[in-house]
Design a protein around this ligand. Structure first.
Ligand code: PRP
Ligand code: URA
Length: 209
């Protein structure tokens, strides 16, 4: 699939507007990100494979639907990915979690890895890679490459905001990994920030500069 699927649910869009406002304080920013993550997770997991189990209700036996296959895995690109991860784990508490520590070199905008830890049997799991921002896509491309090296075969990438430049590059490098986002913004500025964007997601989440 090329391009990106925009999740334009009114609640997502309303909450995103509050997150973008520069006057929104850290604690509200974090809460809104958690709330949006629940809604994004709901949309992204729409097509999960199902099977059935025979269960007994208080009055009858029935074949009831349950999720099929191995537990899925969330892969959080640190730091800001954890803002999406936390809400998603509330919806799917049995999921496994991979952490990928990456930061953008401020001069080159290349992604620099400082940590990687992932669960076993990635090849048998759906891997949902989360990071609020897809700007140049260097971080997302590198994270997905790393996960593929560890065996991941079935992945989706979920973010809050994407730049058109980042969507294009990611699609070119990983055409097999669909992107879900709440918005495709206008462009990147000369420093690699998404315009109009919301600023630095990690700094806004954690109150750093
Ligand atoms: C931000 C963001 C993404 C990356 C996106 O992280 O959370 O990981 O930038 O930019 P890109 O698409 O150009 O790679 P940052 O490197 O600022 O690290 P942080 O989450 O630790 O603040
Ligand atoms: N990372 C961010 O946190 N914000 C941007 O606009 C671009 C990259």
């Amino acid at each position: 699939m090329s391009g990106a699927t925009v999740i334009d649910h009114p609640l997502v869009q309303h909450k995103l507007t509050h997150m973008r406002r520069k006057t929104t304080p850290t604690q509200d920013f974090r809460r809104l990100l958690r709330e949006i993550s629940l809604l994004l997770c709901y949309e992204v997991t729409r097509d999960l494979k199902m099977t059935s189990q025979t269960i007994e209700t208080p009055v009858a036996e029935m074949d009831a639907p349950v999720l099929a296959g191995k537990k899925l895995c969330f892969a959080s690109i640190l730091r800001a990915g954890n803002g999406l991860l936390e809400g998603m784990l509330e919806l799917i508490p049995s999921a496994r979690v991979a952490h990928i520590g990456l930061y953008r070199d401020p001069e080159t905008l290349e992604a620099v890895e400082y940590y990687f830890k992932a669960p076993q049997e990635l090849d048998e799991r759906l891997v949902i890679v989360v990071d609020p921002m897809l700007a140049t896509a260097n971080s997302a491309i590198s994270a997905v490459e790393r996960l593929k090296k560890r065996g991941a075969k079935n992945m989706v990438f979920v973010c809050l905001l994407a730049a058109p430049e980042g969507v294009k590059r990611f699609n070119e490098e990983h055409p097999d990994v669909p992107i879900y986002t709440a918005s495709i913004d206008e462009k990147l500025n000369e420093k690699g920030y998404i315009i109009p964007g919301l600023g630095d997601a990690g700094d806004r989440m954690y109150g750093t500069k």
